[in-house]
Ligand binder design. Structure first.
Ligand code: GLN
Length: 317
């Protein structure tokens, strides 16, 4: 099995969980009014191994918005529908080195990668563009529900409306993308942006999202015995994990790759979606964010995790 002595393993996880719980550094995101209301004390960690062993600590059964943690999933869904090379005609594979919502494109006037706002907005324009918006949303929601083992997945309309009302920066990014011809022909700006903001407002719990992370860790096959079916192709998984490794933590990505060495994706609601390839998926949640927009406790937990276990991709050399 993926983790032979699971009891011992979770004892260490609990210690790391409790240690990070004392860390009150960081601030709840307030640029989306509804997110500013989040309880800063919330803290949860769920793990799910590729053979379905699971454990959770703390606040792991309350739904919260995936926010940017949805970006790798939206990208993987898009890559499953298109040839990856088609997607990457529209965007790059480089970290931007900038804040996630920077009004900035690469030297070819394309988004740097699909895991920052500009790239993810273009990804949204590419997902089933021929269908009505309702079907496009349903298609992604359905994929996420399957990835989460058909456990808790939902939609937070309050956050969606709150973000839409104040999303001047994302509108600016979308207009800039329009100006630079970054979308496929006939893309309409407002429905595309709505779709993007709706995907950000999809909710999951640490428990359900850890199953999705474990599906990536397992090469695209669900770790749950009831399903054990392939949900993502190998190219979608490989591409997504590569991008999470180099670009998943915004302008902290290089440091995270150096110190933790695992593909991960953060979101401003405090989610941190982490994949330990061939071993397990982890979903952390703590709304206290550092100045780059990453969860402080989530990062602390991951940094300490790789001190205790050989999970850094270059640990086995
Ligand atoms: N919905 C958020 C935004 O567009 C997502 C950003 C994030 O989670 N970092 O600003």
């Amino acid at each position: 099995c993926a983790i032979p002595n699971f009891q011992n393993f979770i004892k260490v996880i609990e210690k790391l969980y409790l240690k990070a719980a004392n860390n009150m550094d960081g601030k709840v995101a307030d640029y989306i009014p509804q997110l500013a209301k989040a309880d800063p004390n919330l803290w949860g960690v769920s793990v799910c191994t590729i053979d379905g062993q699971r454990y959770s600590f703390g606040d792991t059964d309350q739904p919260f918005c995936l926010q940017s943690c949805v970006k790798p999933i939206a990208y993987a869904v898009a890559v499953s529908d298109y040839h990856a090379s088609t997607i990457h005609q529209y965007m790059g594979e480089e970290p931007s080195g900038l804040y996630f919502n920077a009004l900035h494109l690469n030297t070819e006037d394309k988004p740097h990668n699909p895991l920052i706002n500009a790239g993810s907005i273009v990804i949204c324009s590419l997902i089933k563009p021929e269908l009505p918006l309702a079907d496009r949303f349903h298609y992604v929601l359905d994929n996420i529900t399957e990835l989460c083992g058909r456990e808790q997945v939902g939609f937070d309309n309050t956050v969606f409306l709150s973000e839409k009302e104040t999303s001047y920066r994302n509108f600016a990014i979308a207009y800039y993308l329009m100006e630079k011809d970054c979308f496929p022909p006939n893309t309409q700006l407002e429905p595309t942006l709505d779709f993007y903001l709706q995907l950000c407002a999809i909710t999951a719990t640490c428990e359900s999202a850890s199953v999705a992370a474990a599906t990536f860790a397992n090469g695209g096959v669900s770790p749950l015995f009831e399903h054990q079916k392939r949900l993502l192709g190998p190219v979608a998984v490989r591409n997504t994990l590569s991008l999470m490794h180099s670009c998943g933590m915004y302008d902290y990505s290089g440091k995270f790759a150096f110190h933790v060495g695992l593909p991960a994706k953060s979101g401003v609601a405090g989610g941190l979606f982490v994949v330990v390839p061939n071993v397990m998926g982890i979903m952390c949640r703590s709304p206290l964010l550092d100045e780059k927009g990453n969860s402080v406790r989530g990062i602390q937990f991951c940094e300490e995790l790789v001190k205790h276990f050989n999970f850094h991709i270059y640990d086995d050399l």
